[in-house]
Design a protein around this ligand. Structure first.
Ligand code: C2E
Ligand code: CA
Ligand code: CA
Length: 396
């Protein structure tokens, strides 16, 4: 027998107590509003607000959740139509039940047509666990059908399972939405950071865009910026908003809708151009936190592969580099570029260290590298940050 709550929810859908709220998503570099996620709220007559965790799981026990999800999808279409030229992509959560909904694509297409919505403005969010627990052939058909409509797909809570890494690469998905559990410990925990770095590395290799949700602190944001995360969403920027409030924000912080142009190329243009220029000048660019003894290889030209991991511990990188240095140059490396040497330099007031070092590469060649390291203090903490750039000046 179905509970009272179940019938109350179905009734609430009819009496318009169920509402779509919108949580803004921002471009992590430019800080611009670029998209949003629709999240359901139940505004009861007595003024209380019921959160989805208190009723979505009950609906998810059966295909009753589909009624709610389609209601949300239609609300989103209405909102997009109201926003007109100022519309930005909005993601809708679809439960696992939809994967076996035979006419899902026909229904979605019909909805977009009815409201005259550009499919690029509608995004489907589905959890990693929903995909990985279904039969791959069924999932594949479903995902391809959606992609064929021009609608983009995000895998929600990505990384929570990790079972689906293999098949993500075979599906036409556009976004990995990193599970917010990964941002725990404020990204200060070395193991958590390592896992996140792997996820971002994996995403970039597969040319997938990334979204981080549950961003609550500046430290998390900075970390995500270093990881080249595309979109960020969380209380640091905004809670989920009522439709009216969301539309006002979107009107004041937006440019005309996506259409032909790719929003990601557009919003990234100046920062990307700057990065591309630096990458042309320097074959290696490393970002590091000397205090936390961690680094992230932001750029490494293929011919410069010294076998160092993309992200790791600075002391390990120093040890590795010293092992690859010809005799005499290992000491020079340690005296100038080790963590200890750079912290000393910073404490002596230096903000820039410049040095020529030598490194052996795989084929026995020895490269002379001009390396410049810029040192700065973290804007909110006592950490000392470094950006190191190296260029080959001769080969022997
Ligand atoms: P989700 O899809 O992972 O949604 C993200 C949740 O994180 C939302 O909770 C959001 O309000 C919350 N959140 C956003 N920023 C932050 C932050 O900075 N810190 C923290 N701690 N949390 C943040 P919400 O709205 O309570 O939704 C909970 C879950 O309910 C959603 O998780 C989703 O699984 C489900 N849900 C919500 N709306 C729908 C819907 O329309 N259809 C379906 N099928 N599920 C929905
Ligand atoms: Ca979601
Ligand atoms: Ca999520």
């Amino acid at each position: 027998m179905k509970s009272d709550l179940f019938f109350q929810i179905i009734n609430a859908l009819e009496t318009h107590e169920i509402k779509a709220y919108y949580q803004p998503q921002y471009d992590s570099n430019s800080g611009r509003l670029v998209s949003a996620e629709a999240l359901v709220r139940w505004e009861r007559e007595d003024g209380t607000l019921v959160m989805p965790d208190d009723f979505v799981p009950l609906l998810e026990e059966s295909d009753a959740i589909c009624t709610l999800d389609w209601f949300m999808a239609e609300e989103v279409c209405k909102t997009l139509r109201e926003m007109g030229e100022n519309a930005i992509p909005i993601a809708v959560n679809f439960s696992r039940w939809h994967i076996r909904e035979n006419d899902f694509c026909r229904k979605l297409n019909g909805l977009l047509q009815t409201y005259g919505i550009n499919p690029k403005l509608f995004e489907v969010e589905i959890t990693e666990s929903a995909l990985s627990e279904e039969d791959f052939c069924v999932v594949e058909r479903w995902v391809y059908g959606i992609a064929d409509l021009g609608v983009r797909i995000a895998i929600d809570d990505f990384g929570a399972g990790f079972t689906s890494l293999q098949f993500v690469k075979d599906l036409p998905v556009d976004f990995l939405k990193i599970d917010k559990a990964f941002l725990a410990d404020n990204c200060q925990n070395e193991r958590g950071r390592g896992t996140l770095e792997t996820v971002f590395f994996f995403a970039s290799k597969l040319h997938l865009h990334t979204i981080a949700e549950g961003v609550e602190t500046i430290e998390q944001l900075k970390f995500l910026q270093n990881m080249d995360c595309d979109r960020v969403q969380g209380y640091l920027f905004s809670k989920p908003l009522r439709k009216e409030d969301f539309i006002v924000i979107a009107l004041f912080d937006n440019e005309p809708a996506v259409d032909e142009k790719d929003i990601y190329l557009e919003t990234f243009s100046s920062n990307r151009a700057l990065l591309d220029t630096i990458k042309k000048e320097y074959q290696i660019v490393i970002f590091g936190n000397l205090f936390k003894n961690s680094y992230y290889l932001m750029h490494q030209a293929p011919e410069m592969d010294f076998g160092a991991p993309t992200a790791g511990v600075i002391d390990d990188m120093t040890e590795n580099a010293m092992a690859q240095s010809p005799k005499g140059y290992d000491k020079k490396y340690f005296d100038t570029l080790s963590r200890e040497a750079l912290i000393n330099a910073y404490n002596e007031g230096k903000r820039r260290v410049e040095v020529e070092v030598k490194q052996k590469v795989e084929d026995g060649m020895i490269l002379t590298l001009y390396t410049v390291v810029h040192l700065s203090k973290h804007p909110y903490r006592d950490d000392i940050l470094m950006v190191g750039m190296s260029r080959v000046i001769s080969k022997e």
